[in-house]
Design a protein around this ligand. Structure first.
Ligand code: ATP
Length: 340
């Protein structure tokens, strides 16, 4: 478990103070794929680098499995760092060394025997699907292949935590997809806790189970991806979430609705988990004295669950519309009136 308790970090550059982190507290459980999202300068990288003590807090504590890593001796910290791999946006490979030698670096630093290194590098190259690239140089690889090497190097010492700093930000969408799949496999097959820093909400949606949203050095929202995506409370979170889970009624539909002279209300309904499969709208139209039309719908897969958003035009007299709202509530679904 990783615990960050009341972390503050201040940098002083040319006598100017920069408050990079302000009272940040987070708990990351074993087995999480925990995402930290925010715009540039929000403090994400600084926060990530606290976890392997590449940065030290101005005040506050960083605990890994209950151990305050900033109170450790140099040797003790080296042991802790063996259990933490790191992957970078710019890959950070040594261009003068082969793929094999790049992956072997952390093992050689830990004085592992060459025969063991050979076996480990071979199995890592298999795992990241680059079995024939051992003797290639980084300049001969694509961005996605370089990142696979970076990931293999990060896994070399069998870490229990993997830190990813914008690991897919330099890659095209297809390659990003493949690298995210690889991170998911690492988490599942090796039970490695993955901490992902990104400015791309798609990355959070694809692989994370929990998320913290950062703004100006603070965590402004945190929770399970399903909760945060279905009930974003902060303006910043809403902006991020709306880019992957659209719930805005297209202008042409709004124009048509505004021309409709019948008595109606527009209601947004959220379906979470298996309630997506309930035949609520069918039942409303079958049993109630209101006509209910779907004017917008989206269903998004979030980990093992689904988040559905339906925007309904409910036509009928006031009493009938009220009975529809009541039925939706009784069905255990959330709804809100949308003002056009
Ligand atoms: N070593 C440093 N020295 C001085 N200021 C720093 C240092 N590292 C970060 N900062 C400052 O701290 C703030 C947070 O930076 P950080 O890199 O953590 O943000 P970020 O959210 O990761 O953004 P980006 O994605 O652009 O890196 C910024 O104002 C940055 O300029």
């Amino acid at each position: 478990m990783i615990e960050l308790r009341h972390i503050n970090k201040e940098f002083v550059v040319k006598k100017q103070r920069v408050q990079a982190l302000q009272d940040v507290s987070l708990t990351i459980n074993d087995g999480d794929i925990f995402g930290i999202i925010g715009f540039s300068g929000a403090g994400k990288s600084t926060l990530l680098r606290m976890v392997n003590a590449l940065e030290t807090p101005t005040n506050g504590d960083v605990l890994i499995d209950g151990v305050n890593i900033n109170a450790l001796s140099h040797n003790e910290l080296r042991q802790v760092r063996k259990g933490i791999g790191m992957v970078f946006q710019s890959f950070n490979l040594l261009n003068s060394k082969t793929v094999y030698d790049n992956i072997a670096i952390p093992l050689r630093l830990n004085k592992v025997a060459e025969t063991t290194i050979e076996k480990r590098v071979k199995e890592l190259l298999e795992f990241v699907n680059l079995p024939d690239k051992a003797n290639a140089y980084p300049t001969q690889l694509s961005g996605g292949q370089k990142q696979r090497v970076g990931i293999a190097r990060a896994l070399a010492t069998n870490p229990s935590i993997l830190l990813c700093d914008e690991a897919t930000s330099a890659l095209d969408p297809e390659t990003t997809e493949a690298i995210l799949e690889l991170l998911k496999r690492i988490n599942k097959e090796f039970n490695i806790t993955v901490l992902v820093v990104t400015h791309e909400i798609q990355v959070i949606k694809e692989i994370c189970n929990r998320v913290a949203v950062m703004e100006h050095g603070r965590v402004v929202e945190m929770g399970s991806v399903l909760d945060v995506f279905s009930h974003p409370t902060q303006a910043m979170t809403k902006r991020f979430v709306q880019t992957v889970i659209p719930e805005r009624i297209p202008d042409s539909i709004v124009a048509n609705l505004q021309k409709d002279t019948r008595n109606y209300e527009v209601i947004k309904v959220r379906f979470l988990g298996d309630t997506v499969t309930k035949h609520v709208i069918y039942e409303i139209n079958r049993t109630l004295l209101a006509e209910t039309n779907i004017i917008f719908a989206s269903v998004n897969q979030l980990q093992d669950s689904a988040l559905g958003i339906f925007i309904l035009q409910v036509v009928g007299d006031t009493e009938a519309i009220q009975s529809v709202k009541q039925y939706i509530t009784e069905s255990g679904l959330e709804w809100e009136v949308v003002n056009l």
